[in-house]
Design a protein around this ligand. Structure first.
Ligand code: NAD
Ligand code: DAU
Length: 338
């Protein structure tokens, strides 16, 4: 276990879903830490996600992690980089993998080179999808020893980025850690993703859309538990190590959808089955024993129904946040038969 006390961290992708939740988490829980957010404000980034945070604690820099000249201006002086910036949505990657190669692979490479140049601690945010998928009845879960076996254009670019991080530690001695987390839910998630899409569909009077039979399993974790895990790994994690983050939240999609319908006062069968995702991963499941036993992290949001209820409330109360992009997202899904 290390004992690292960062005071000035650079958070890339800090205007996206999980990155902005991490920025809020650090502002609320670590008053001596200053954050620079570097974000390209793609369709998934929204300055509103960090609006209202104290200016002396959070500085925003607009820009792309592939922009070497910009990195050379922004990175020096920070004691850690936490890399959330990514193209993150599987359906988009299937339609056009190109931006995923740029941001997820080239962007991580550019950041690693910059971190190496200035000897900056580097934490890389990754996904459980790098391990491929599990059979529904497989008694095992993913661990840090599971071989990489990504199955989608998105997850293969995330796997590539993880490999770069590992190589930069081994070859150049960069002080790196990687975390591979399962499916997050909570506030500020883009309405293209499963849970917010269905909540906002119901609020808009649109029937929720379930891919295929809805038997695919995801391992849900509240995004605040993810943030606390990342902080734990950043400050205590051993360099060169990978930590899996998950909260024993396995559920199949049809169960989650029926739960949302029930909590929103609707008939639990009032949804449509739509075209399945090509290559759709069947099941993800995380064994987070290493993180729990070696670094002492525990999730606190263990009641999924309660977390879902709070998330529904958030989307109900923040319609001005999602309404401007909702129609375009649904239009795009409709063109894909989803
Ligand atoms: P998101 O799509 O909501 O946000 C991504 C952010 O990165 C946006 O603010 C976007 O503007 C920014 N960005 C994209 N390309 C950029 C570039 N080239 N330069 C600078 N900024 C850029 O994504 P998310 O769901 O918050 O995911 C964040 C990270 O967490 C990703 O690395 C993703 O792989 C990983 N992850 C996500 C989940 C999940 O359930 N969403 C689970 C595990 C891991
Ligand atoms: O496991 C971690 C990953 O979780 C992250 O790496 C990704 O960035 C994140 O997007 C998420 O990937 P998924 O593909 O699992 O999430 P998504 O929200 O797109 O879909 C969740 C499940 O719901 C999946 O089985 C597909 C299904 N689905 C999705 C949508 C958008 C539907 O049935 N209907 C839908 O409308």
């Amino acid at each position: 276990m290390t004992d690292f006390h960062p005071k000035n961290i650079l958070v890339t992708g800090g205007c996206g879903f999980i990155g902005s939740n991490f920025v809020h988490y650090v502002v609320n829980n670590h008053p001596d830490v200053h954050i620079t957010v570097l974000d390209a404000l793609t369709y998934a980034g929204n300055l509103a996600n960090i609006a209202g945070l104290p200016k002396d604690r959070v500085e925003f820099v607009y820009g792309n992690i592939c922009d070497v000249d910009l990195l050379e201006q922004v990175v020096p002086g920070h004691d850690a980089i936490v890399n959330y910036a990514a193209e993150s949505h599987n359906d988009n990657a299937i339609a056009d993998p190109n931006p995923f190669l740029h941001t997820n692979v080239e962007g991580t490479y550019r950041l690693l080179q910059e971190a190496r140049k200035h000897d900056i601690r580097f934490h890389h945010i990754s996904t459980d999808e790098v391990y491929g998928d599990l059979a529904l009845d497989d008694p095992h879960k993913f661990t840090e020893h599971t071989p990489y076996n990504p199955s989608s254009p998105y997850s293969s670019t995330k796997a590539a980025s993880d490999m770069l991080v590992r190589a930069w530690h081994r070859t150049y001695g960069l002080r790196t850690t990687i975390s591979n987390c399962s499916n997050n839910y909570g506030p500020y998630q883009h309405v293209e993703k499963f849970i917010p899409r269905q909540i906002t569909n119901i609020l808009e009077g649109i029937r929720p859309k379930l891919y295929g039979a809805g038997l695919n399993v995801r391992d849900w974790i509240h995004t605040e538990d993810h943030s606390r895990a990342v902080w734990t790994i950043l400050t205590k994690g051993e360099y060169g190590q990978t930590y899996l983050i998950g909260a024993n939240g396995e559920k199949n999609n049809i169960t989650v959808l029926r739960e949302i319908l029930k909590l929103m006062g609707k008939d639990p069968d009032d949804f449509e089955h739509v075209k399945d995702r090509p290559g759709h991963d069947r099941r993800y499941a995380i064994d987070a024993t290493k993180l729990r036993t070696q670094l002492g992290w525990e999730p606190i949001h263990n009641d999924f129904e309660e977390g879902l209820k709070q998330t529904i409330d958030w989307y109900t109360q923040h319609q001005d946040w999602w309404k401007p992009v909702k129609d375009a997202v649904e239009q795009r899904y409709a063109e894909q038969g989803q």
